[in-house]
Design a protein around this ligand. Structure first.
Ligand code: SER
Length: 313
């Protein structure tokens, strides 16, 4: 079997996807590529890779006989808004490079899109699979362009591209790096350590979220499903819960009764969140490849507190 390459392997998704793929396919079947930071421990194959350099991608793909690429290297929404040029180079430039390498070497590709691919005039509730997408953030522009570019490589060159529109991802493994949905991760650290959290979004800001184990399973399942059953290939809406900061605080109080939530709204991140859907309709993913999340708000909260208490003591 040809190997799997994961770019951005030390990032929010990669940190948990790599071990899951090694578990499913064997440690020697997965190459984890990193860029800025070197992994502390490595229990498998790993390589330095700058995805803005097409030759480096080609070298790694050929050296390791890569058949599937999970291209996760990207800037998140708030960082992208602070550095729009870098966001375009990293999010779009590297995707184009990876698609070209995939075309020349017959690789399949996974591309993570996002709720950020939608914009202010997208229907906010029950956001359909196929609907208006006019994002007003550079992150969203790169995500919607990425979805279209992947579709183009499939129809034009027959490359097997697949992908998901992830909601905010909640994880106890990595500290998130500059996303608009980061509050839903930070809140757990602060609740355990200080019993208090100052949220940068308004209490009623409703957004889709998902616990990382569901996200990892979704990424593996969509790549492993029989492609003849797929009507869409890229950008499947997937969600597990639609929650507000206030609802998350209430749920945390079921475990930590004296937890206090305060609000200091960051206008940049609030504007980004206000442009995104409140609850996506993921019925196409459920119908086409039997997507079904395991973690709702209460199960995710219990798990996050349990895992983080161990990590932080
Ligand atoms: N979690 C991401 C962000 O906030 C959305 O895809 O940037």
């Amino acid at each position: 079997m040809r190997r799997i390459l994961v770019t951005g392997s030390l990032g929010q998704i990669g940190s948990e996807l790599v071990p899951a793929l090694r578990e499913r396919h064997g440690a020697q079947s997965v190459v984890a590529s990193y860029h800025r930071t070197k992994p502390d421990v490595d229990d498998g194959l790993s390589e330095y890779l700058d995805c803005t350099d097409p030759q480096q991608i080609e070298d790694v793909v050929q050296r390791y006989d890569i058949g599937v690429i999970y291209h996760l290297a990207a800037l998140l929404s708030a960082v992208a808004e602070a550095k729009p040029q870098a966001a375009w180079d990293v999010n779009m430039g590297s995707l184009h490079n990876v698609l070209e390498v995939a075309r020349r070497n017959g690789c399949a590709l996974f591309f993570p899109s996002s709720i950020g691919a939608f914009g202010p005039n997208t229907p906010k509730q029950g956001t359909p699979q196929d609907t208006i997408q006019r994002p007003n953030t550079i992150y969203g522009v790169t995500k919607v362009s990425g979805e279209l570019l992947c579709d183009y490589y499939t129809t034009r060159y027959g490359i097997d591209t697949r992908g998901l529109r992830f909601p905010g991802l909640i994880s106890h493994v990595t500290v998130p790096g500059g996303g608009t949905t980061d509050y839903a991760v930070d809140i757990f650290y602060q609740a355990i350590q200080h019993r208090r959290y100052t949220c940068f979004l308004r209490p009623d800001t409703r957004l889709d979220m998902m616990y990382m184990p569901d996200a990892v399973r979704a990424a593996c399942d969509v790549m492993e499903t029989d492609p003849t059953a797929l009507k869409h290939r890229n950008a499947f809406n997937v969600t597990a819960m639609s929650i507000t900061p206030e609802e998350l605080a209430v749920e945390i109080r079921n475990h930590i009764p004296n937890f206090v939530m305060e609000y200091e709204v960051d206008p940049v991140r609030q504007a980004i969140a206000d442009s995104w859907p409140q609850s996506m309709d993921d019925s196409e993913a459920r119908a086409q490849w039997r997507w079904s999340p395991e973690f709702d708000l209460s199960r995710m909260t219990a798990e996050m507190l349990k895992k983080l208490r161990i990590k932080l003591t």
